[in-house]
Design a protein around this ligand. Sequence first.
Ligand code: G6Q
Length: 543
Amino acid sequence: MYDKKLTDIKEWKELKIHYNEIKKHHLRELFKYDKERSKRFSVYNEDVYFDYSKNLIISKTINLLIKLANSRQLKHEIERMFNGEKINKTENRPVLHIALRNMDKKPIFIDGKDIMPEVFSVIEKMKNLSIKIRNGEWKGFSNKKIKYIVNIGIGGSDLGPKMVVKALKYYSKRSIKIFFVSNIDSNHISETLKEIEPEKTLFIIASKTFSTLETMTNANTAKNWILSHYKSKRSIPFHFIALSTNTKAAIDFGIDSKNVFEFWNWVSGRYSLTSSIGLSIMISIGFNNFIELLKGFHSMDNHFRNTPFEKNIPVIMALIGIWYNNFCEAETHAIIPYNQYLNKFPAFLQQCDMESNGKHIDKEGNEIEYQTGPIIWGEPGTNGQHAFFQLIHQGTKLIPCDFIGFVEPLNNLGDHHKKLIANFFAQTRALAFGKTREELLKEKTPLELIPFKICKGNKPTNTILIKKLTPFSLGRLIAMYEHKIFVQGVIWNIFSFDQWGVELGKTLSNKILAELEDSYNNPLKHDSSTNDLINIFNKGFPL
Ligand code: G6Q
């Protein structure tokens, strides 16, 4: 409980004043006059090099931002999360995704009970199942090995595992094909069913609540597909397993109780990929690689918890984000991985960040008068360069970007990797330094073209350079962003771990669903636009 609004505290006001000082500077000159700038604004941590020197900051900026973090008792708040306090107040729950990868198994207590034995017993159960599937021991109803895994889930029960399965494809068992079905649109499951064979398919129904409309609709369609093939209910337990906190509903669906993989209400969906929700990942890359992934998360958790803020990567990322969001008026933040395997990483972060920090009410229940979570978006480089980068270079908006890349390639083919990395480094350089009139003149650019070709530069980027894409380094990268989001939520004084807007969306469609019948004759009571849309859907287009 704070006695003063965030915008009224002196640390905030100092940053406001400081912005007027910073906006006079250009990265060109900041680099020119400070030869140590890259060293000053970078952190090495194991296999990660985090370079934040190409940001619109000076040392004073970071000092003021750290003062702001201290004024919000960030250290204390981090401890509260790691100690299992019920920081998700609106749902009266602790927030303990860090327990899912607590590899040294040090006890973590909820209401006096150590939760670590349960966490590791589920990992053990996942291990047994994934081994059986990978070595062909698990057989379908007609005694055939499993070749296709279909994860049916949405939101947090889809985006995380999907992103990681794709990111770690290099390490995957190629004989098992993994699909993800999320959309309630029948096109999604229909196209998937065309790719697979019922006798060789295992459906994983991934749903914390086991009641989400999209997931249950797709699950029932899959069940009917299996039933229409075998004509026997006894086939269901051979082809369906569940990942859920709602064991009863999964059993009612027809799943064998021993094939319900538990997780807990202290894990929010978007932070759940290291729980049983990550089973498809374990099946894809194997148990040992999955453990490496968890170790990577754990190593970043430790870095976050134990490192002074000046050298703490997630904290610095968060503070720089706040600087742009609240003082430089940037509205969005782009994530640009220079690695095709990380294709889904921006979409994953979009949910993790925007669902967590898309809030307009503070922890005391008051309307907020400052900006909270930014719009997260992005695409892998170099593709993005040939699409939206134009706007970042020469548009009118300030768009801070995170560039993520790896020193060692996985598929070392000719000079692909060097060319990829050359583009990566060239872009952050061009964004920072731009192209001046003088440079264009030297290149003998026709005078009439010069105004159009000038790139002002001063466009900020973070560079996250990692040794190699491995399960371990991916775990570290994801945890880095999870904790960045946490830090920002603490400073904005919002609850980052609930999602009431999403819950609303889950119930809204039910009323309209009942009205989408051509025989529906009761008067429609929505606004005129919605009424007309329903009528056109029910009765067809007027001739
Ligand atoms: C994530 C959200 C949300 C959730 C989905 C699926 O943090 O809560 O994206 O994961 O709505 O919910 P179920 O897993 O309960 O089906």
